[in-house]
Design a protein around this ligand. Structure first.
Ligand code: ZN
Length: 147
């Protein structure tokens, strides 16, 4: 790790504990940014970036991304939503395809917001990820899938 006050990435994701620890750690290791990513964890992941009733949270996320960009000179922004998210319960019961489509659509909208507000005119890349939560054999499994 460099001793400069810089890092490789910023990650916008849900606060949900199931994503974190070894699950997020293994994903970030695979991406080569483990220990070198600013973590921005809020309920719903990118939901506050796209939902108008979360304006304060939207500003909060954009402010932190601005700090990552200007202070830490990040090269990548990861936008990570996940299935079975408590913040999405207000959208009602969804089958798995509907749920996946909603997250894909929100990740796409969030990407546009981040492009417009943060990465325009920079080389910063945006990576969209849906973390799929399942319980094979009653054990938590999280599959970080780039979309
Ligand atoms: Zn969540």
């Amino acid at each position: 790790m460099s001793n400069k006050h810089e890092c490789k990435a910023a990650v916008v994701t849900c606060m949900d504990f199931r994503l974190h620890g070894d699950n997020m750690g293994d994903f970030l290791k695979k991406e080569g940014v483990y220990g070198e990513a600013d973590m921005i964890c809020v309920a719903g992941g990118v939901l506050p970036l796209v939902a108008p009733d979360h304006e304060k949270n939207r500003e909060f996320i954009l402010k932190l991304l601005g700090i990552s960009k200007n202070l830490h000179h990040i090269e990548n922004i990861y936008l990570i939503n996940h299935t079975d998210c408590g913040a999405y319960k207000s959208f009602g019961e969804m089958d798995s395809k509907t749920e996946t489509d909603l997250h894909k659509s929100h990740l796409g909208e969030a990407e546009e917001v981040v492009k417009e507000q943060i990465t325009k005119g920079t080389q910063i890349e945006i990576t969209k990820v849906l973390a799929e939560i399942s319980y094979p054999d009653d054990k938590l499994h999280v599959n970080f899938r780039k979309i």
